[in-house]
Write a protein that binds this ligand. Structure first.
Ligand code: PCA
Length: 216
């Protein structure tokens, strides 16, 4: 089994993006027989989806977890839903700022994550990591990537039983230090968090495989 973990390049004037730092820290990690493959994605509308498509074609994963920075959040937050809207509060890294545009014209309004988001939150908290389900991934490039991922899984499954979703993570402490009052987490905590999320998602995959594809 292969797991694709994506992280984003820095954006909005930051020099670092914890999502890529944590993804690449887990590159090559073997969890319950599954190997993690990390890929860095541009923080650019459109390009991000082309890079995701190429990574899925190359890796052929059974599980895809996108990771993104959510500056200001104090918890690790598995996202429940991706919506079919691009609406940039700021420009992306190519200077584009779509407003009220669909991610994919003609696609459904929204897709739900197929990760076990409640189980991930439970296991994160048990591991001592502050966590909560989030009901909005925003309308910037993270939601764009999440929506594109779920649309691809729904319409062009790379393999039977592929599951996917998105997890937002807080600033690293070094970033938070530049915004007084903003919460942050250590790299160590973020690495633990993503290890827990991946292993909980894999455990769910194994349960599904053993039950012949039926969720229970
Ligand atoms: N966070 C942004 C885009 C890239 C990232 O890491 C977002 O939440 O949309």
């Amino acid at each position: 089994m292969k797991v694709l973990l994506t992280g984003f390049e820095p954006f909005d004037g930051e020099g670092i993006n914890p999502s890529w730092e944590v993804a690449r820290a887990l590159d090559g990690w073997v969890c319950e027989g599954a190997t993690v493959h990390a890929r860095r994605i541009a923080c650019v509308f459109g390009t991000a989806l082309r890079e995701l498509d190429a990574a899925i074609d190359e890796v052929q994963p059974q599980l895809v977890i996108g990771i993104g920075q959510a500056g200001g959040r104090s918890e690790v937050t598995p996202e429940r839903v991706a919506i079919n809207i691009d609406d940039g509060r700021i420009c992306d890294n190519a200077g584009c700022q779509p407003i009220d545009a669909p991610v994919i014209a003609g696609a459904p309004a929204a897709y739900f994550s197929s990760l076990p988001i409640k189980a991930i939150v439970r296991d994160l908290r048990a591991a001592g990591v502050p966590a909560a389900v989030s009901n909005s991934a925003g309308t910037f490039v993270c939601n764009h990537l999440f929506f594109g991922l779920m649309h691809r899984i729904a319409t062009r499954p790379p393999a039977a039983g592929v599951r996917g979703g998105f997890i937002h993570i807080p600033y690293l402490l070094s970033q938070a230090a530049r915004f007084p009052g903003a919460p942050g987490m250590t790299m160590e905590t973020l690495v633990v968090a993503l290890r827990v999320a991946v292993s909980t998602a894999i455990a769910q995959q194994s349960d599904i495989a053993e039950s012949g594809g039926q969720l229970h």
